[in-house]
Design a protein around this ligand. Structure first.
Ligand SMILES: Nc1ncnc2c1ncn2[C@@H]1O[C@H](COP(=O)(O)OP(=O)(O)OP(=O)(O)O)[C@@H](O)[C@H]1O
Ligand SMILES: [Mg+2]
Length: 300
């Protein structure tokens, strides 16, 4: 199928609501360790429990183990020991088939977007349904109308409706990440994993993208684990912050509890006054941001 010859998506666009995921049970990590070949201990006995649709931001120095943690959850990296449970499913003991199924329930948003450049925005978003449609449907790009409607709804929500037929490689970084977000949500995931989604973006776009991730996670009642370098951004948008240091949990609490001492525990000795000041200034706003997002999502 060449550009412009695709199905007439516009005619299939009807206002259907994406199914919201229900969150009755929980996500737990217990005693998770990862030792890479060669001996690097990237994670040591991590315990983490998420009981509701929380946005949990993971902060920590480069090499602290943030990406390893996120990638162990969907087993892009094999954990060495420990347990990872999503609802009733023990992810660490799944075989290939079981893992494929489990990955449908876990959406992932990447730093480098991981789009297929030669495909359109719409096709990239629809590829979020690949785990659900048959091989032949996917091969012939014959997605069910309900998926196409859902893709339109999401593209509208992330502000890319007008770009739906553009090739992915014609987009800016911020737009590409919006496609990445829409694609992950097309899976209707039970859990969203997000690894440094704004690391390649300017500060203003970073903030917009982070807000979008958090708002969409809240709207759909989907818990999210987000790796992030920017402490101020984490404080603005997190329900909860987990600090990793040398592969261990060094802090687990709210944005307001991230003090100078906490940052020193996580990152080592440094002058944190600017970060704290920036955080404190934003904290008034932060509370407003998260209160507003939480209020809107529970009202909607
Ligand atoms: N494939 C690998 N083989 C061996 N060691 C690795 C591998 N991947 C990561 N590591 C090591 O594991 C540790 C944790 O790395 P990880 O990428 O999880 O950190 P991170 O917190 O995501 O860092 P960054 O903020 O730079 O992204 C580091 O010491 C790293 O060098
Ligand atoms: Mg990383």
């Amino acid at each position: 199928m060449s550009m412009g010859e695709g199905p007439d998506y516009a005619n299939l666009f009807e206002s259907s609501s994406l199914l919201c995921t229900s969150w009755e049970t929980m996500f737990t990590i217990e005693g998770l360790s990862k030792r890479y070949p060669g001996g690097v201990k990237a994670l040591e006995k991590i315990d983490l429990r998420i009981d509701g649709p929380q946005v949990v931001m993971i902060i920590g120095s480069s090499g602290a183990g943030k990406s390893t943690l996120i990638r162990c959850i969907n087993r892009l990296i094999e954990p060495t020991t420990g347990s990872i449970r999503l609802h009733d499913l023990e992810i660490t003991s799944l075989g290939k088939r079981g893992l494929r199924k489990a990955r449908r329930r876990i959406g992932m948003i990447f730093q480098e977007y991981n789009l297929v450049d030669r495909l359109t925005v719409m096709e990239n978003v629809l590829s979020g349904r690949l785990g659900y449609v048959s091989f032949w449907q996917a091969y012939r790009r014959k997605y069910p109308a309900v998926d196409i409607s859902a893709a339109y709804e999401l593209l509208d929500r992330v502000g890319l409706l007008e770009n739906c037929n553009s090739r992915a490689d014609n987009l800016s970084g911020g737009q590409r990440q919006r496609v990445g977000i829409a694609r992950a949500l097309m899976q209707r995931p039970d859990l969203l994993l997000v690894d440094e989604p704004t690391a390649s973006l300017d500060p203003k776009t970073s903030r917009q993208i982070m807000r979008l991730v958090v708002e969409l996670a809240k709207e759909r009642g989907t818990p999210a684990i987000v790796n992030i370098h920017d402490v101020a951004l984490a404080r603005t948008f997190a329900d909860r912050i987990v600090g990793l240091a040398d592969g261990k949990v060094a802090f687990d609490g709210t944005a307001a509890e991230v003090t100078d001492q906490v940052l020193t525990d996580i990152y080592g000795e440094e002058d944190w006054s600017t970060t704290i000041k920036k955080g404190a200034e934003e904290n008034g706003e932060n509370n407003n941001v998260m209160t507003k997002i939480n209020r809107e999502s529970s009202a909607g």
